[in-house]
Design a protein around this ligand. Sequence first.
Ligand code: SIN
Length: 490
Amino acid sequence: MMAVVRETFDVIIVGAGLAGLYTALQLGSDLKILILSEGDITGTNSYLAQGGIATAIGEADDSEKHFADTMACGHFVNDPEAVRVLVDEAVENIRTIEGFGVRFDADERGYKLGLEGAHAMARILRMGDHTGKTVLSTIYERIMEKDNITHYDGAYVYRLITAGGFCGGVEALIEGTQRVFMAGSVVLATGGVGQLFSNTTNAIGIEGTGIAMGIEAGVKTAGLTDLQFHPTGLYGNDHYEGRHFLISEAVRGEGAILRDEKLNRIMDGVHPMKELAPRDVVSKTIHEVLANQSLPYVYLDATHLDESFFRERFPTIYECCMNYGINPAHTMIPVVPCMHYYMGGLKTDLDGNTSLRGLYAVGECSHTGVHGKNRLASNSLLETLVFGRRAARAILRSSGKTEDLRWIHLREVPYFNMSFGSLQNWMTRNMGVVKHYDEISDMRKKLEMALWEPMGYRLPNWEDLRLFHVSVLVHEMLKKTIEERDENEV
Ligand code: SIN
């Protein structure tokens, strides 16, 4: 039998979005750090982030106001301590990334702040509509300058190596070969779950692998039923790079209006903030309009905005719409709600510690409780910075010693008779803005049976591992959804 190659580092970070890369930079230059990711930085949700980073930095603003908006948007079930940390540590982390070379849009009067849903005022630091791309690219330049950081992209991490309540490494497939990486600290920064749905704004590959690996290893989770649907994904059956292109909430922040086919303003009388109501309210309203009027989409009307303003403020959106034959300054944009953000994940404390010693989670795969039931727009990139730095500091405080775990590497994985595409469609139909509980109950049982009695086992390969992870995670999500329904009925 071929020996499995084994390498040792001080810290392993899984994921190359902002959470992973910023955590790596915050670890300093003395530790030997490995970043593992399936693709390069362009395959992350951070890279796609259009809106920006919510920060109470404007003259009329303060962290109390940001705190209040975050709590109200999250239906007041957020962990107030986590929200306090998020808003209080925002500015110092912004200063840090500015020190790395990030430059937000500004003029002689100061930052040009964007307005998004459920914010009482404009407080989004941004760069046009490509904030994530520009911030992440700058941070990655700093990563490339570091001799102590190694980055393998093309690595599918599929298993946490654990023993005696401790995580000491990961197994990964690289070019089809099993590899083993050991470290005193492992950080999961694998993002959310959007690609479990066929209608999502998320990048390909964002399907909850990190959370599934955690569940498999017995790590505590929280908020698994808390899915956020963005109101305005560009409608289209021919998906744009495997996802629905996002029409940023900032377009509504600049005055765009949601209309039905008869041109009625659909948010009239629904919420005092109209188009800028919390996302869950806007998505639910659109869903009802689509169902009641049997429409495939509603319209986002930005035709009253000046074309040169639109092109300059939203260059990415303008270009994508034009590629679809829509000039947003002349024609209304067809939009539908799409799965966008996962509030659930691996439960952590305020320093990224999960329930498994040596395992940390940061960003969308974690659950600090900061977002409650509904994340406030542009709090997600902020979360990656604030809690990424905290996790890095916790790692630096820990012994970080790589324990010599006796592990048994995975020789075989279960396989199922299931297609990923049909599961994505099923999730879209049944676990969307409206839940279909009978179907959910049936699917949960089917997945339980499949996990209990797979069709067989074979050598680790990407297709089987992927379906295994997806089944583990979806099963858990459906189970919690049914439990929550039952609790609400009591
Ligand atoms: C958007 O630009 O609408 C998305 C921002 C976010 O999800 O926070």
